[in-house]
Design a protein around this ligand. Sequence first.
Ligand code: DGJ
Length: 737
Amino acid sequence: MSRKLKRAGLIFAATALSHAAAHAEAGFDASRRVFRLDGGDVTYAFKIDGAGLLQSVYWGSRLAAADPIDAPQARALSGFDVAANVVPQEYAGWGGGIFTEPALKVAWPDGNRDLVLHYVSHRLSRDGVSITLRDIQRPLTVTLNYVIDRGTGIIGRSATIANDGRTDVRVDQAMAATYVLPVGSDYRLHFLTGRWGSEWTRQERPVSAGATVLESRRGSTGSENNPWFAISQDGRSTETDGPVWFGALAWSGSFRISVDRDVAGRPRVTGGFNPFDFAYRLKPGERLETPIFYAGHAEAGMGEASRLMHRFALEHIVPRKGELPALRKVLYNSWEATEFAVDEAGQMRLAERAARIGVERFVMDDGWFGARNNDHAGLGDWTVNPSKFPNGLAPLISKVRSLGMDFGLWVEPEMVNADSNLYRAHPDWIINFAGRPRTEGRNQYVLNLARIDVRDHLLKQLDALLTNNDIRFLKWDYNRNWSEPGWPAADPADQQKLYVDYVRNLYWILAELRRRHPDVEIESCSGGGGRVDLGIMALTDQVWASDNTDPVDRLQIQDGFTQAYAPGLMMAWVTDSPNWVNKRATPLSFRFLSSMQGGLGIGTNLNKWTEEDFATAQRYVGVYKRIRETVQHGNLYRITRPSPDNATSTTLYVARDKAQAALFALTQGTHQLEPRAPIRLLGLDPNARYAIESMDGTPLGDGAPAVATGAYWMGRGIDIRLQGDFQGAGYILSRQR
Ligand code: DGJ
């Protein structure tokens, strides 16, 4: 054993002994050459195998500190599957005869593409370890970073690839990590699919030989697949029970997560940059850092997996000044009311009405700048349209402020219309292939943020907007995907760096704006939920889940969204009825009960409201403010999930300290005289006494108690009578002293 390993062994002994007292989470057992991370209810272990490859050993429920974790040396299965292909490698270079999904694939100028990564050294920290691997012959180094969260047991993994040689290396595939599950034949993969106006559908299929590939080739996250997965076990895992392995990639560009079952029967999940059309040249001394691929394990079903993800995002991903992010303000947004027809008088009128119902943030959407009267012109010119706002934004902003609200503004900084001053001045600033046609999407092009001049220009424009106006919120939109992904100004060998550098510069602009304007909050919107991932969430305060604001469709969209991401980060608007998407007419109360399950927004044309509508809205906004901390930061329990043919949904939000719970029951329609089962709650303190009240004053069914223990509400449950179409009910349970 090398002296280095012996030294590391001493460190392991120290951390293992002190585990209970100091909550040390990472260790190395030098005798078995096993690394071990413990956090929450999870243990994760991997080892240096006999050949020097890094091999996955265990990922599952937490083991005792003294448990001996190890795995046998993997052997060749046959001449077709050499040992390297059978070893469940933590981070496999493509070489040495592997056919599984590699983590890293490179090419040297002399034609060599064989890469075999062996362990060199490691450095332990309290909650993680970084491991250096190197090719068996060539000077290419990979540093793997592992960190485990002591609260949730969620692991963050990423890799840095460094060219230590004297020639260029082309990276053709760079993934953040491979996660390996125990051998089994009964796994089911859950994933999220969608398209514009119809995001966040949870799908499932068996994990089998033959990969399932979740990906975006669009340049941004996209809504076709979200970079999230969960794997349950048939017959064992349900919403409330059984093991689930889950994860999400923190990247807002083209990504790929492939899920496969290897020849030895282990599911392997590999995620990172999408290798499709990927190439990243590393000159001598250069490095490439992958995004972080987070993953966790739950023993109490899909519900627990979601709650762990929610907690992790709130505590560790999204911007926050304290332990948790600030509560989302109730906002009003003008888009569905006015579309592009915004002007000073019209917006002031809407602001007055919004203030009446308790709105805290007034957001003016598209149409306020340049020659923006429709979606054919103006993008790129971020100066106020003088005919709509002859005195600039100041009078509107001060009106909004005087009404007790803060002011927010829509921008779409990454885009340009051909009919704009910016495009006329800089036609070379967009993503394009020289001399090829430029495809428009929504009459606009994508600016090439990988260019430093474009990046700096955007920062300057946005900084000026925020410096010169009392703006507290930006809705940052992004309404098309890439075409002709070229970067003619760059060396041809570097043009595909666009996929990485664009996103890194987007993150840089967001980070710099936040640094310069710490009181401004930002929403990530991409024509709906097209750019929602843990990467953008680290730099924005909330996201827009979908342009589809029909409250029935929303129940399903929200169910899908919250599989992966916290309800408090998802904005949900109450809009006009009939809804523009599908002409479905629904009662205002139903629309509120649907939208109150996220960050509440109002997007109706308030000029059309009756006094009764204002009274209804005032009541629900008031209730929402009482329960929003529970909804936004609490624990979500899905009691009935909506299905495509019947969007009946029952969801319960329980405060972190269990002092309050908010129950929402909505049905698209009741059928025949089907008796309804009582709704049995979850997650309450069984010994505490909770009083129940209806959110809108509707009395409970006959004989229902006004106060009972948590055990009663969870055991006996609540009878709710819903009859007819688009009916909903909401209840608040408050713990009694
Ligand atoms: C797409 C967004 O999702 C909408 O809410 C709205 O902001 C429009 N863009 C404006 O063009």
